[in-house]
Design a protein around this ligand. Structure first.
Ligand code: AHR
Length: 662
């Protein structure tokens, strides 16, 4: 966040004379109401757009275990005599590569890995190359590992080279550190048989699980996350982290669903799964999109802990994606009986044990052995993603009853389906109330017109029923699907409605989170990245501005310029933070004119200090990109108050957070 202490400039920006009438926002500062849940603003993570492998998960080698199908050498270029075997040391990833001599000192055998859209390396940074290897005939063989730039005009393609001596006929892990002398976005990793005299190797060497990580990962974890991307999540100040999706939870088939049990334990033995986003949109088709599960449930829980967010895992309810399967397809849906759903019920109960159980329990022990003997203290569980009709409700009831019986302390999140309104949405809510879900996951990827119609969406919601989890939402402008400011301002405006209704809305997560510029399937997204850089979008900043300023209690607010349905205007919400003593008022002007506002903090005699944070979305097409990431950033400043009143001019399509103290 850009901090500018340009007192003069900033107050000018906020107090420009305007002919427009004064609008009054009255905040009842002495009447704190409902608590704002700590989970209120959070993160939705799904492995879409190469968000995990090739993204947040810092592994730089694609297809490290030679398991991609139909071609186990996908991502690898083989030269010389290379064959794929399937009796390797890791039973759930049995394939490995055998490198054999070509029988001549100038004929070479080896492999080149292309990484995920290349391998991004930074000058002066260290990279840990690890691999499992053996020499089946017991004769020592040298492997040469190089980082190369295949596109360079320089004399040499390689810019780092290290040798690994493989001496044992047993599988062993070998590790070397490679320090990159340059920054390069699309490097490759080359591995080949060689001799100390620079000639090609004479023997045979088997290699498996060839992995390359930056040493400098988020919090230094070896099986770690890309530091810059994880830092961006931390900086958002999220209250909840939902994982692992999204439709990825459901899978195209039940076999293809995200099975959390496959995502824990030693990474070498986590079985590969096809990523369902590989082919969901044939107009953006990525045949090499798989899930290594290297970023699995343990890593998600750990990340939640490290960024200060409540973990919210979502599990499959015995249903594959309803869009992609017919209603009567028996294979797509587990039988809606306790017996038919046993595996899914066990998944829930075992997950709770994995997260919260004692380290002597079956699944708690797995967690402890992975390095976290203390429980993760999971409180929420989502059962099913975007499901609807009796097909779902019948299954949810059975799974939920089993969870409730064993773990009444866990809050269950159900779903009202993919629609934000209409028949199925209404049915969903009726069913969730009947079943007694604690929260209902609503999704809305909608155009500006929808957001303008829904300013008041939660004002009339039933206060006694389940709470709302706005689990996936983003403003998708008509005919424009990218993160431009003209759409983002409506997300900020809508969020004031979430905040005013924090008694009924307990969680909200913008979606999707990440997108690789070379491999996206869905946009807009909160954070874009390439192999070396990233850009926080204006949508990201809106989320961060709300999350950093969520306060602890809602303050009643009235506003003379509140828009009618479908119109532009001034949107506002207010909270009090009992820990810091701050009164925080969020104001969004969605009109094309500067609006003069008087913010009255009723119940306070005077305010001594007012800080402001402003996001200017007035340039409709403006967006942050990896090439130009700082086009739209929040500006911090201060403004004077008069008694208990803040007078300000809010520019067109601006979102301003006012932070006042007594
Ligand atoms: O966020 C992308 C997809 O949108 C999610 O996977 C799904 O839940 C929704 O349809």
């Amino acid at each position: 966040m850009k901090i500018r202490h340009l007192l003069l400039g900033a107050s000018l920006a906020l107090t420009l004379p305007t002919a427009a009438q004064e609008n009054i926002i009255t905040v009842q500062a002495d009447k704190p109401g409902a608590a704002v849940e700590p989970t209120m603003y959070g993160i939705f993570f799904e492995d879409i757009n190469y968000a995990a492998d090739g993204g947040l998960y810092a592994e730089l080698v694609k297809n490290r275990s030679f398991e991609f199908q139909p071609d186990p050498l996908t991502g690898w270029q083989a030269f010389g005599k290379v064959s794929i075997k399937d009796d390797g040391p890791f039973p759930r990833n049995p394939h490995y590569a055998r490198l054999e001599t070509m029988g001549h000192g100038d004929w070479w055998t080896g492999l080149v890995n292309e990484g995920f859209f290349g391998i991004g390396l930074k000058e002066g940074h260290e990279y840990r190359l690890s691999l499992y290897a053996r020499v089946p005939d017991g004769k020592t063989q040298m492997l040469r590992a190089q980082l190369i730039d295949p596109y360079t005009d320089k004399e040499k393609q390689e810019f780092v080279s290290k040798d690994i001596k493989v001496m044992s006929s047993e599988w062993k892990k070998y590790t070397v550190i490679l320090k990159s002398p340059e920054t390069i976005e699309k490097a490759q990793l080359r591995l080949f048989l060689c001799e100390t005299n620079g000639k090609s190797g004479k023997g045979t060497c088997d290699v498996e699980h060839v992995s390359l990580f930056p040493v400098d990962t988020w919090n230094g974890h070896e099986n770690g996350l890309r530091r810059d991307l994880a830092q961006a999540l931390y900086d958002m100040h999220p209250g909840v982290l939902r994982f692992p999706g999204g439709c990825i939870v459901e899978g195209v088939t039940l076999e293809n669903r995200y099975s959390w049990k496959n995502s824990v334990g030693p990474v070498e033995n986590r079985p590969l799964n096809k990523n369902r986003w590989e082919s969901t949109f044939t107009y953006r088709y990525y045949p090499d999109y798989f899930q290594s599960y290297g970023l699995g449930f343990y890593e998600f829980f750990l990340l939640s802990e490290e960024i200060g967010a409540e973990p919210l895992p979502i599990v499959n309810v015995g249903m594959a994606c309803q869009y992609q399967n017919k209603k009567d397809d028996k294979k797509a849906y587990a039988e809606a009986t306790e017996e038919g759903l046993k595996e899914y019920i066990d998944d829930c109960l075992d997950l709770i044990e994995f997260a919260n159980g004692d380290s002597t329990s079956t699944w708690g022990k797995v967690r402890a052995e992975m390095g976290h003997p203390e429980p993760f203290n999971m409180k929420f569980l989502g059962i099913g993603n975007e499901q609807w009709e009796d097909l779902y409700y019948e299954r949810l009831e059975i799974v939920m009853n089993a969870v409730r019986k064993a773990h009444p302390e866990i809050k269950v999140v159900g779903t009202s389906g993919p629609d934000a309104e209409g028949k199925e949405f209404d049915h969903g809510w009726v069913a969730m109330k009947k079943l007694g879900a604690d929260l209902v996951d609503e999704h809305f990827y909608r155009p500006i017109s929808w957001f303008k119609n829904e300013w008041n969406r939660y004002d009339e919601y039933d206060r006694k029923g389940p709470k709302v989890f706005a689990g996936e939402y983003a403003c998708h402008d008509k005919g424009k699907k990218y993160n431009h400011a003209g759409a983002t301002i409506y997300e900020a405006a809508f969020m004031t409605g979430l905040e005013r209704n924090a008694d009924v809305v307990h969680m909200a997560t913008y979606a999707p989170l990440f997108a690789h510029v070379d491999g996206w399937q869905w946009r807009p997204d909160a954070i874009w990245f390439d192999n070396l850089h990233m850009a926080k979008t204006a949508s990201y900043y809106v989320q961060a501005m709300f999350a950093h300023n969520k306060g602890t209690n809602v303050l009643p607010v009235t506003n003379t310029a509140f828009p009618l349905k479908g119109e532009d205007g001034l949107l506002a919400s207010a909270v009090w933070d009992k820990e810091t003593g701050e009164y925080i008022v969020k104001v969004v002007n969605t009109t094309d004119s500067t609006m003069q506002v008087s913010i009255k903090l009723d119940g306070l005699k005077s305010i001594s200090h007012v800080g402001t944070i402003t996001l200017d979305c007035s340039d409709y097409n403006a967006e942050n990109t990896v090439e130009d990431p700082n086009v739209i950033e929040p500006d911090e400043s201060t403004i004077a108050a008069k008694g208990n009143v803040i007078n300000a001019a809010i520019r067109p399509k601006n979102f301003v957070v006012f932070k006042a103290r007594k």
